[in-house]
Design a protein around this ligand. Structure first.
Ligand code: RAM
Length: 394
């Protein structure tokens, strides 16, 4: 735990907040900021905190708050749970719509908590799998309180993450975890990673019917921890008895780059003339593959499915190129991640199994061991939404 925040606490600024009632309903409106009374040994001071209310081992919630400077002999504690909270939100790369959405969610959380927004930084290209390392290292040098990362570098990020952890920085991964769990405080999983394989298998069956056929995967970058875990779980499900008619013939990588993904989709249909479906577990890849099949006039022969953003997929769902795809809310993911990171950085949430905290309108979460990795802790957000012509909107 980073001690600098705790050491900022002076007598009378320990605010005991009543745990807000969590609500797991995604549509729930934002919980009102928690207002508490704080007493000082020197003076009585009213304190208002918009902190995330966190408990560990169901103990009473304790939120640590900073104080503002005393004015005219009276201490005024504007307990904003750390107005000087510094953090970076590090996507795999910039320029991808869903990561911008995560940033919107993080900004919403920062506003509710009354703390500074995260600096949204990352490599310009997702092809650069080690590009995130310098951003982590720089954040350590800057001495930020928290690093929120969607890992695009597999295990190569481990030394930098460990360095951050050693410096007392809360490292919260979101979207794509640190596979080894090294140095990571918590992973905010958008959905259960094993469920992802099942959802992709179900969509394949729904689209291809009993006849099945050849399918191929168009992934993001080869080192993306999330896609690699989803592909492994998809392959495991496909190996089961119910999917004998489906044959996975190839896996290619478009590096979350629209043009590269488009070209990879075209290369797949050249290499596999009997291909029936391209499964792309990436919002960039699925839209590019659907466009490629549309441009080639192949949508009746080769279907596209995977994980896509409704706004980017609507046309292809309506014209039959991509009849079904799935996703979760990236706004909510960024929002939840920010609450978790801030609570951990301020010592209000211990990153250990059984720790619970309330992430504003998203409700209460309990930290568990991540069953999809050998080592690591997670909370699971959800839900998965499967989209088709009936609910894609527009
Ligand atoms: C892309 C990214 C991201 C993944 C989505 C589904 O935007 O690779 O990590 O979660 O697709």
């Amino acid at each position: 735990m980073k001690m600098s925040k705790l050491s900022l606490v002076v007598a009378g600024t320990l605010v005991l907040a009543t745990a807000a009632c969590g609500d797991d309903d995604d549509d729930a409106t934002a919980d009102a900021p928690v207002t508490t009374e704080a007493s000082s040994s020197a003076t009585e001071a009213a304190a208002t905190t918009a902190a995330s209310v966190a408990t560990t081992d169901s103990a009473a919630a304790t939120t640590v708050a900073d104080t503002s400077a005393a004015t005219g002999g009276e201490t005024t504690a504007t307990a904003t749970a750390g107005g000087d909270f510094t953090s970076i939100l590090l996507p795999k790369c910039t320029g991808i719509a869903v990561f911008d959405q995560a940033n919107e969610g993080a900004q919403e959380a920062a506003e509710e908590l009354g703390v500074s927004t995260a600096e949204f930084v990352g490599p310009a290209s997702c092809s650069d799998s080690t590009g995130q390392i310098a951003f982590v290292t720089n954040a350590v040098t800057q001495g930020v309180d928290a690093i929120m990362i969607s890992n695009n570098a597999g295990d190569q990020i481990d030394p930098a993450i460990q360095q951050a952890a050693d410096a007392g920085i809360a490292v919260v991964s979101w979207d794509s975890p640190i596979p080894s769990g090294t140095g990571e405080s918590l992973f905010v999983a958008q959905v259960d990673f094993d469920e992802t394989g099942q959802v992709m298998a179900d969509m394949t069956t729904e689209i291809l019917g009993d006849e099945g056929g050849e399918i191929a995967i168009l992934s993001a970058s080869p080192d993306a921890a999330n896609q690699n875990a989803w592909i492994a779980s998809f392959e495991e499900v496909l190996a089961g008895p119910d999917y004998g008619s489906i044959e996975l013939v190839d896996t290619v990588y478009g590096n979350d780059d629209a043009e590269e993904s488009y070209n990879q989709a075209l290369a797949l249909i050249d290499a596999h003339p009997d291909l029936k479906l391209i499964m792309a577990p990436t919002t960039v890849g699925i839209a590019a593959a659907a466009k490629a099949m549309q441009d080639e006039g192949l949508c009746e022969t080769v279907k596209v499915s995977g994980l896509g953003l409704p706004d980017e997929m609507r046309t292809y769902t309506d014209n039959g190129c991509a009849p079904q795809f799935a996703l979760w809310s990236f706004v909510d993911l960024g929002y939840t991640t920010f609450f978790a990171a801030q609570a951990i950085a301020y010592g209000a949430l211990a990153p250990e199994e059984g720790g619970t905290f309330t992430a504003g309108r998203m409700g209460e979460y309990t930290i568990e061991k991540d069953p999809t990795r050998d080592n690591g802790l997670r909370i699971v957000m959800g839900p998965f939404t499967v989209y088709d012509a009936s609910n894609v909107g527009g």
